[in-house]
Design a protein around this ligand. Structure first.
Ligand SMILES: *[C@@H]1O[C@H](CO)[C@@H](O)[C@H](O)[C@H]1NC(C)=O
Ligand SMILES: *[C@@H]1O[C@H](CO)[C@@H](O)[C@H](O)[C@H]1NC(C)=O
Ligand SMILES: *[C@@H]1O[C@H](CO)[C@@H](O)[C@H](O)[C@H]1NC(C)=O
Length: 289
């Protein structure tokens, strides 16, 4: 046999003995997706209620007119599907990702949106961990309503209410992953300043049905900056002593406490680490109201 023939024979023997190359991810998928029916909610006899953790990462305010807020968000959603667990004793891989349309996913919607749907910009893959827990971060452009503050006319509260559209609370229980909106990746807006936020869980009853429908509500406080145009219009009104004091104080706050202009990115950077926890030294009672 010539060298080439020997080589080909060797390669042939290799595949006869070893089969296809081992692919851990494919073996895991063969196991977890075998007989998987994505229409079935992952409630079990032992844990009949699927618990879904929900959060809001505020990324960017796109438009705000004081009554309606359009914002880019990521909505971290986490739950457990025991069918998708695998053992690390057999497979040396602790996580993988799959397109969400292959799996059961919770039908969480924004209830109070003026537009008909929350508008998922992009449907990303779901992270699956070997324990069967799943994490999903769909980026979503949200349009929602804001109400004005009665104490301070530069402040608005924008509300986002999320819940399952079809499952009642014994089938799907939505829970908060945090008591406020996450602003770690937030890009400041030149006109509206993010002040703080709160989040709470509540339950809605409907006339149709005996079951309770849980939901989570996020309440984001925004303040119109005093360097924005509409504020300048207001300061051109006849100057009362109170008005002058108020605008001086607001300028002081914007410049020294809350925002610095980042020259590289040309965006505002806040140093607001409180995110809705009570340490706010705001000036709602310093203006002349
Ligand atoms: C939103 O928060 C503000 C201030 O914390 C509060 O006055 C307002 O009632 C809240 N709105 C809702 C619907 O929770
Ligand atoms: C943010 O606040 C911390 C603590 O108050 C301070 O040490 C830090 O220098 C501040 N950073 C900026 C960019 O102002
Ligand atoms: C958030 O800020 C608003 C306006 O300054 C204030 O009325 C409210 O009490 C603050 N809420 C929290 C939880 O700090």
């Amino acid at each position: 046999m010539g060298f080439f023939t020997k080589l080909m024979f060797g390669i042939y023997l290799f595949f006869v003995v070893h089969g296809r190359p081992d692919m851990i991810e494919e073996e895991i998928l063969d196991e977890i997706l075998y007989n998987y029916n994505k229409l079935a909610r992952p409630g079990t006899i032992e844990h009949p209620t699927v618990k879904v953790e929900h959060g809001v990462n505020l990324i960017k305010i796109e438009e705000c007119d004081g009554k309606t807020l359009k914002a880019m968000t990521w909505l971290p959603i986490a739950w457990t599907d025991p069918r998708l667990a695998w053992s690390l004793d057999f497979y040396d891989l602790d996580a993988l990702t799959l397109p969400s349309d292959l799996l059961w996913t919770p039908d969480i919607v924004l209830y109070n949106s003026p537009s008909s749907h929350a508008g998922n910009a992009y449907n990303p893959r779901v992270y699956i961990f070997n324990s069967g827990s799943l994490s999903w971060y769909p980026p979503t452009t949200i349009t929602t309503n804001c109400e004005g503050s009665e104490i301070d006319n530069t402040v608005i509260f924008c509300l986002m209410r999320f819940g399952s559209w079809s499952y009642h609370g014994r089938a799907l229980d939505i829970v908060l992953s945090s008591d406020f909106v996450d602003t770690e990746d937030y890009i400041e807006h030149p006109e509206w300043e993010y002040v703080n936020s709160t989040a709470y869980k509540a339950v809605q009853m409907y006339a149709c049905c005996p079951e309770a429908y849980p939901y989570v509500m996020y309440n984001i406080t925004l303040r119109r900056r005093d360097n924005s145009q509409s504020y300048n219009v207001e300061t051109n009104l006849p100057h009362s002593i109170n008005g002058v004091i108020e605008s001086e104080e607001s300028k002081y706050n914007v410049n020294s406490d809350t925002a610095v202009l980042d020259k590289d990115s040309n965006t505002y950077q806040t140093n607001n680490t409180i995110s809705g926890k009570g340490s706010d030294t705001d000036n709602t009672d310093s203006g002349g109201k």
